[in-house]
Write a protein that binds this ligand. Sequence first.
Ligand code: UT7
Length: 315
Amino acid sequence: MKLIGTGSALPHRQVTNDEISQFLDTSDAWICPRTGIHSRHVISDEQLEDLGAEAARKALEMAGLTPADIDFFICSNVVNEYMTPGLSCIIAHKMGLVCPMIDINCACPGFIYAMDIAETYFQAGKVSNVLIVCAEEPSRMTSWEDRSTCVLFGDGAGAAVFTKGDKLKATKLNAEPSPDKICEYRRLMPTPFVTKEEHDSPLLMKGREVFRFAVTTSVRDIRELVEKSGLTLDDVNWFMIHQANLRIVDAIREGLGVEQGRFPTNIADHGNSSSASCPILLDECNRKGMFKPGDILVFSAFGAGLLSAAAVLEW
Ligand code: UT7
């Protein structure tokens, strides 16, 4: 498949580190050097599905397509206000999209997992145009009394449209299931029969262990995938790394032994927007005109699961 359109949408409310330090025992001096984050966009009066639909419309407009041209829609999301239907259906209803659609919850690598699924549908000859939307509001997953998690995240949506082509060169999906590292429990409706203990808690994360997983797997995934694609690290024009923490991006760059300048970042005013992170970064770089035909983009993302994934895409 090949990429023909990108889009993104962010909540209008931007929350700075200083603002958070007014109600939590934290500071810009702690957050910024450890994460690279100065501020993040946080949902206030918006609906997540509106951000998802806006990102999708922008991507379709760039692709020169209408909703009627899309024959498969993959929506990546961790948490939204609906248990059912899937967020894909809520977004599709907003946009008049009526093709088959699925929802995936692969956390931060969701965009790459979605690309891998889409490519499989293209290879099976089942689709002509696929829409991917990653829409996330992690600000609703964390406790705003937990300084170790809430400062890290930001909300937003990113979208991409793919058509038939041969520009997705390779993908790699990886899992090390360990739900104790990042998880959020949700209490379900009681029944007359449940006797087991159940939990109800906001996001719990073992930050240092996730940091180590992120750097180790990303360096390994990128090296393996670039080699599998018959390329070297020198051939890669842009390393599109999941924007979780600037220190993680720097550590991956050092682990690969690659000089600065090919690792675009937007974490300073976005924070970690889970699976929306990569497609928002992609759209922002694209609209700045950074990519030239033939450029090699390598995506790498990691997060809850623990899951990681990487992809090589020619522009
Ligand atoms: O998509 C993947 C999602 N997850 C991630 O990206 C997380 C990856 N991990 C990280 O980015 C880092 O581990 C963190 C930024 C989360 C934490 O950095 P750290 O250098 O590993 O700090 P720490 O968790 O070891 O905490 C050091 C200290 C602790 O105090 P004590 O126990 O040493 O007294 C924390 O209580 O810093 C304290 N602390 C804070 N202080 C001020 C933790 N969060 C804050 C805060 N403000 N926001």
